[in-house]
Ligand binder design. Structure first.
Ligand code: AMP
Ligand code: MG
Length: 408
């Protein structure tokens, strides 16, 4: 039995980033940028009005209630080089439009009495006294041409997609989405859409593991359900060894029908470990064949869920080019005491919430590793050390927030 940290090292060592590819903006979101992105121009490229109002030269405006002649109207999209210089009055200007030469401030329309500003010879009254630079973004205020905006290794969220679009980078190099095959094993397991006969159980792990893989940005593929019989297992496993990752559930414990390890070996998979000091999930088996990583998760639903979070997710992130594949644990305060049996690193389904005193967490009810409801009762996992015998209420514990923790 090896420690969780050692097991994770072995997994991450075996997971080398796949070659990157180029993707359009709609396909790039959620992936890891693999190149440096620089600004192709100053933004804004001209001194830009930030409000609808009147462009003025602040130091020529007297006190409050200054009355100014309206000299022109400037729309967004006007050519900055074609603008007439201000002649001591005001230019009616729209948000995003270039400032005319000689103007250095915008008085928002709400701070004026515009009268009929469109009429010939119109005059407006300012209700406030402008200061230079009010409501103006000078050229290059946002970015300078050539400036590095995004570094390789950046996670591309919606905001970063906007940055790429703003500098015309509609195709960029990103990490690939790893392909993940998911196979459930067990003679007792039936498809979720069928009625379980006596002694049978619906396949909840397969859809859960595929959902977890998809939420990690991988392409999940369903290999269905394999029997606890060597030939049948072999046939079902073989296509999974063509993917980047094969995730199996069930058949890795000590029972006489737990045949996954033996069949994997026969198919040429090098088994790197078969038992980890983790609770739940001790019989977790990991191996590789060529470039394919093989995760044999125990069949108990809570176990396979935890094994995915602790081992499969970091591996998928590394394959996809993530520079920090492990999700960072954050500190939270235990709401209730926790009794522990020492010996293995513990991952306890829990509910975490941000309150006035920061993050607090309470371990949710669970009847054990077979309890498929346990992860659905919470939004987090509390991590406890292998040597720990118990923790009092108020203790600070590391917590892994699960997918969409804020929503659940
Ligand atoms: P195993 O790891 O094969 O010994 O299975 C441990 C327990 O998990 C057994 O009670 C199985 O019935 C259950 N189990 C195995 N595979 C699944 C699955 N795909 N969905 C739900 N439960 C499962
Ligand atoms: Mg089984």
């Amino acid at each position: 039995m090896i420690a969780v940290e050692r097991a994770r090292e072995i997994v991450l060592q075996a997971a080398s980033p796949r070659p990157f590819e180029t993707a359009g903006l709609d396909e790039a979101v959620g992936r890891i940028l693999q190149e440096t992105v620089r600004a192709d121009r100053d933004l804004p490229e001209w001194d830009k009005a930030l409000m609808d109002g009147f462009a003025v030269r602040a130091d020529t405006v007297g006190g409050a209630s200054a009355v100014l002649a309206v000299e022109s109207t400037i729309a967004a999209g006007a050519d900055p080089a074609a603008l007439a210089p201000l002649r001591g009055g005001a230019a009616r200007i729209m948000t995003g439009a270039p400032m005319p030469p000689g103007a250095d401030a915008v008085v928002p329309v709400e701070e004026t009495d515009p009268g009929d500003a469109a009429a010939p010879g119109a005059r407006i009254t300012l209700l406030t006294v402008p200061r230079p630079a009010d409501h103006v973004a000078p050229r290059g205020a946002e970015v300078r041409a050539g400036q590095t905006l995004l570094e390789p290794g950046t996670f591309l969220g919606a905001a970063e997609i906007g940055v790429l679009a703003a500098c015309g980078r509609t195709r960029v190099a990103v990490g690939t989405r790893p392909g993940v095959a998911v196979l459930s094993t067990g003679d007792e397991i039936v498809a979720p859409d069928s009625m379980p006969g006596p002694g049978r159980l619906r396949n909840s792990n397969g859809p859960t593991l595929r959902a977890l893989a998809a939420r990690t940005g991988a392409r999940a593929r369903d290999l269905g359900i394999a029997p606890d019989e060597e030939r049948g297992l072999e046939r079902a496993i073989a296509p999974g060894l063509e993917e980047d990752v094969l995730v199996l559930s069930g058949g890795v414990s000590m029972g006489v029908y737990d045949l996954v390890g033996r069949v994997l070996r026969r198919l040429g998979v090098e088994i790197l470990f078969e038992s980890v000091a983790i609770k739940p999930g001790k019989p977790f088996t990991f191996g590789r064949r060529g470039g394919t990583l093989v995760f044999g998760c125990p069949g108990n639903p809570l176990s396979s869920y935890v094994i995915f979070e602790v081992f499969v997710r970091p591996a998928l992130r590394r394959l996809a080019g993530h520079p920090r594949p492990e999700r960072a644990a954050i500190a939270a305060r235990l709401e209730e005491p926790l009794r522990l049996r020492p010996g293995r690193t513990g991952y306890h389904p829990a509910r975490a919430a941000f309150g006035p005193d920061g993050l607090t967490v309470r371990v949710v009810r669970s009847s054990g590793s077979a309890d498929f409801m346990a992860p659905a009762r919470g939004n987090a996992l509390v991590i406890t050390g292998a040597g720990e015998t118990g923790l009092p209420a108020g203790a600070r514990v590391p917590v892994l927030l699960l997918d969409d923790a804020g929503e659940r």
